[in-house]
Design a protein around this ligand. Sequence first.
Ligand SMILES: [Fe+2]
Length: 330
Amino acid sequence: MAELTAVLASTHHPFYYKATTSPLQERPPYAAQWQRKVEAYRETLTAAEPDILVMVGADHFHQLWLDNYPQFLIGKQEVYDATFYNEEREFGIPKYTLAGDIDLSRYMHQELLGADFDFAVSHELKIDHSIICPIITVRPEADLPVVPIYTNIFVPPLPSPKRFYDLGRAIRRIIDAYPSDKKVAAIGTGHLSLELGGPRQFGEHGPDPLFDADAIEWLSTGNAEAILANVTHESMSGAGNATHGFMDLLLMMGIAGEGVHADYVDQLDLFHTREMYITWYPHQTDRQAQAAAHAAEVSGASLGPIWASDPVWDQFRTDDAARPAAQPAV
Ligand SMILES: [Fe+2]
């Protein structure tokens, strides 16, 4: 059977590439720390020695639109092209060509249908930054075949948080049962609290730092019960108008498993949003433990959960205005 060697859940930030590759004098002041954290996080994937990447993301209205936006979609192709014109223009993200793994795509699709997840399938999927950003950050060689899975975090009505979690659990069972001697890593990106195009965009911090505190604790402790009790479409709208990408992080936690503590947890307050980098090793080896320890030394990450009671969050608790009242869903 295949071996799931790592599960990575992180935010994706399309400005990372430009912020860390432009001439030094043009880089933002936070670029060096950001790059240090990302390159440390990369070590946690490298130590997993994956052969295939199962990648979870969402199309940001690049090729899926309001007229036909599937709740869940899997790509099944030999090759995927990446980077849409506006992502090159606005973010400076280069073009990529990623190999696909047809065999695992086919198996995954069939087994997901068997698990009552009625997936759409695409044979002409183009990859956007939800999947290219983690390639840039954790596998810049772009040398491994991928199985892309897209979810709907944008076009209401959305699937429920529980559906995302259950999908993660199903993907885990399918990878574990995949008849292959390959090592598989699952990498998914989404968002913590996030505001796009609304009044809380580009604030000093993300729109809801205390949501982020809870979210990072819940994810890094595998606390599905707390998430499913506290996180609804409405509550996510209250935390920021694009916070629904949190459900892709919940999906990744589902792949790792209920109650499973993360092995590497890092975060970075990037003024208008918070970055988060989590890795779980389902069967942690000495090499993986050493890699995570080394990476944490460089980045300041935690080798286990970051709790909402951590003093790092205290600055936000003293500010009554830090947590906005929930807004009605739109
Ligand atoms: Fe996004």
